[in-house]
Ligand binder design. Structure first.
Ligand code: HDD
Length: 746
């Protein structure tokens, strides 16, 4: 009858499919041999393990190798299987009672496929959920050896690293260019075990005691009733918190400065924030702060640009990092140490080194370079690496120890604890990205996601059954030894030291160290964010905080808000500005900078010439034309963007190779008489407003006139494309045409 016919049809289909299996059509690879059904399939292609990708040799106490990270084969042309290895002939149709009938519960492949999909997401990080990682190498200079015996700082020692950059507040899918602190977390896979330096791009923190962390984060996250706003601090709960916690003032000053909207991860400083205790080979201790100095200098976006980027390219920072690494423009940071004597008071020049809301100006304690970090490899899989990496402040190596900074102390708990739910169990160090690159010989057993097959019977110490293995390390084998820091005779209290009480001197120092244009940006940021708050009392309270930082700052913000400026409560301490804090006034390498070139098809010679020079200088040309495709028949020039797809925020400087007339898809111009494509006019105006260098040749003056930007600092017009580019490159070295910003504050 009918069912028999259907079974026959299904069988015929299956036979057809199996026939395909024996000789499957592999798209793009005609004639290539399918893997034999008898032979085990070896990983091949770009995902096959490479020598430099091997992870740790993880050895169980009895010597059974638990294996290096297994790189799975991904989509590499092998046969599709279930997770149990069963080869499949069809993953596109569920098993049904007839073509139009209900799906059968017995379809074990359907159930497994959907079950696995249903559980693909893990909880995002409670903070720093949005991040981006890359692999690299750290090479020690040996210059740190006099203060720190950590092996990875020794001269010439190469240590593999994984770095994850992040924003703090937004959820995993939020935008990159938001105003926020950036995380800068580095895992060093050293020969002595993993060392995690879990820092930020701001050298001070919001709070002085880890017990306040849930409070500040609850306040900074979106309002809990409506979950608005996403990835922003411009809302009432945030300003409610920081205006009532004046210890947050210093961090807030940095947040409202350009530091909180970096141009790129590659142009960000990093800071370990806390003071660490270092130990050298002689057992002598010193206190120290870690710094990462970017080779390309510290550069930021301007606020309007950042807001636009979040719409035009929410992945701006991750794209920038991945592209730079992909193209071989490997980003680099020098690791530096500020070293202080380990005195009983643990202060330096009157600054309490245990207070994480204080930093030590570089002019008082120079940052001494101890090694170089180079990021040189993108991740193969975002989830496996960037999402599953687990940093922990307790991942220390001999020579680097903790201090009693109460924020540090709480973090030592939090980073282990949080992984238990995020990575579902205590075995997260067995995840490939977290495995140390040195032998692991622990006696931790069982638990969710246990991957090791531990042989032996005696995972306890001392034992006689497993030959007494493993043994504790003697002093010669460089174990981690806590510094025997003497403790004063004290009472248990819930109090902060008096030295934590000054919340205004360092914020004032920061403010006074900025150039006029940077100050202007700080004023605008405060005005913007407070202007977004609904509660009048919060704005007034924050103005009172600002009054205690600096009168001009307070007056300017009050003016913008249309509120009276309160007066100062105490007599402010005098400060000595730290010029190192300003981002303005230096010239830096231009590697990886993007130059937009608006192409006039009439002058392709100029375009060809500057394109070569830009590439040779390690920068990135972005050709923009009215329509896509080749720009002429034989030059090989191709439009990478069109007037429709390009926007000024994508590039650092603009070149106009002429002034293209309105293209057919241009929107009508206001007076209907546009001589230049209105989108080109907009590009020029935005570049001008964001103080980016602009150059032009040929007919370019017409576009500049149309945009109202024909003269002014940083606008270079000439006949010779190459010399225009030379001037623009020089301007780019200073990042922006700073004098173009209005600066009423001095
Ligand atoms: Fe934290 C993540 C940096 C204070 C609790 N933190 C996290 C990350 C960075 C920082 C960069 C992301 C790591 C990654 O990429 O996976 N955190 C800091 C800095 C701090 C700081 C520089 C102050 C100096 N953090 C801090 C405190 C606590 C936490 C005081 C808790 C008491 N932080 C966490 C956490 C996170 C975290 C909840 C979330 C995800 C994770 O740890 O693995 O444990």
């Amino acid at each position: 009858g009918k069912p028999g016919k259907l079974v026959k049809a299904a069988l015929e289909k299956a036979v057809e499919k199996v026939a395909e299996l024996v000789n499957p059509p592999i798209p793009g690879a005609p004639g290539s041999e399918p893997p034999s059904l008898e032979e085990p399939v070896e990983p091949r292609g770009p995902l096959a393990p490479k020598a430099d990708q091997t992870g740790p040799e993880t050895v169980s106490p009895t010597g059974a190798d638990t294996g290096a990270p297994q790189l799975s084969n991904g989509q590499q042309g092998e046969y599709l299987t279930t997770s149990a290895g069963l080869r499949l002939y069809d993953t596109d149709h569920s098993l049904k009672a007839g073509e139009r009938g209900p799906t059968l519960l017995q379809d074990h492949h359907l159930r497994e496929k959907v079950m696995h999909f249903d559980h693909e997401r893990i909880p995002e990080r409670v903070v720093h959920a949005r991040g981006y990682g890359a692999h690299g190498v750290f090479v020690g200079y040996g210059t740190g050896a006099n203060v720190c015996r950590a092996g990875f700082l020794a001269n010439g020692v190469e240590t593999p690293v994984f770095v994850r950059f992040s924003t703090v507040v937004g959820s995993r899918g939020s935008a990159d260019a938001v105003r926020d602190t950036r995380g800068f977390a580095t895992k060093f896979y050293t020969q002595e075990g993993n060392f995690d330096l879990v820092g930020n791009n701001i050298p001070v923190f919001f709070i002085q005691d880890g017990i306040k962390f849930p409070d500040i984060i609850h306040a900074a996250k979106p309002h809990p009733d409506r979950e608005i706003p996403q990835a922003q601090s411009a809302h009432d709960t945030f300003w409610d918190f920081v205006s009532t916690h004046t210890e947050a003032t210093h961090h807030v000053m940095w947040n409202m400065s350009d530091r909180a909207i970096p141009r790129s991860y590659r142009t960000m400083e990093g800071f370990g924030v806390h003071t660490f205790r270092l130990v050298n080979a002689e057992g002598e201790t010193a206190l120290a702060k870690f710094h990462w100095k970017p080779k390309l200098g510290v550069h930021s976006l301007v606020w309007e640009e950042a807001q636009m980027i979040n719409g035009f390219d929410p992945d701006y920072h991750r794209r920038d990092l991945a592209d730079a690494i992909e193209s071989g423009a490997y980003p680099q940071w020098e690791l530096g140490l500020q070293v202080f004597p380990d005195t009983p008071r643990q202060t330096f020049e009157g600054i309490d080194l245990l207070d994480p809301t204080k930093f030590v100006p570089e002019e008082l304690a120079p940052v001494q370079p101890v090694g170089m970090l180079t990021l040189n490899r993108n991740t193969l899989n975002y989830f496996a690496e960037t999402e599953q990496v687990a940093f922990h402040l307790g991942n220390l190596v001999p020579g680097i120890d903790v201090t009693d900074d109460p924020l540090f102390q709480a973090r030592l708990f939090s980073y282990l604890d949080t992984q238990l739910t995020r990575l579902a169990g205590p075995n997260f160090n067995q995840i490939p990205i977290n495995r140390p690159h040195t032998a692991v010989n622990d006696m931790f057993r069982d638990g969710f996601h246990q991957h090791a097959v531990h042989a032996g019977v005696a995972p306890y110490r001392p034992n006689t059954l497993d030959g007494g293995n493993p043994f504790e390390t003697g002093p010669d084998a460089r174990p981690f030894v806590e510094v025997a820091q003497p403790l004063a005779k004290v009472a248990k209290v819930r109090q902060s030291p008096v030295s934590f009480a000054d919340h205004y001197t360092q914020p004032r120092l920061f403010w006074q160290s900025l150039s006029p244009v940077e100050k202007e940006h700080v004023v605008r940021a405060f005005t913007f964010e407070l202007g977004k708050c609904y509660e009048q009392a919060i704005k007034e309270r924050e103005l009172q905080v600002l009054a205690n930082v600096d009168t001009v700052l307070c007056q300017e913000v009050a003016r913008g808000l249309g509120l009276p400026a309160p007066t100062v409560t105490g007599r402010p301490k005098k400060v000595t500005p730290s010029p190192a804090l300003s981002q303005v006034g230096h010239s830096w390498p231009v590697d990886g900078r993007i130059i937009g070139i608006v192409v006039d098809p009439a002058d392709l010679d100029g375009v060809r010439a500057v394109r070569e020079v830009i590439l040779a200088a390690g920068m990135v040309p972005l050709l923009i034309a009215a329509t896509g495709g080749p720009l002429d028949a034989d030059s090989g020039l191709v439009a990478q963007r069109t007037f429709l797809t390009a926007r000024s925020v994508e590039f650092d400087a603009l070149l106009l190779a002429g002034s293209p007339p309105p293209a057919p898809d241009a929107l009508p111009s206001p007076n209907g008489k546009a001589v230049v494509d209105p989108r080109v006019v907009l590009m020029v105006q935005e570049c001008f407003r964001h103080s980016k260098a602009i150059g032009g040749w040929g007919n370019a003056a017409v576009a500049l006139e149309a945009a109202g930007c024909a003269d002014g600092p940083g606008v270079v017009l000439g006949d010779d494309a190459a010399s225009v580019l030379g001037d623009v490159t020089k301007l780019l070295g200073t990042h922006r045409v700073w004098e173009r910003f209005p600066a009423s504050i001095s």
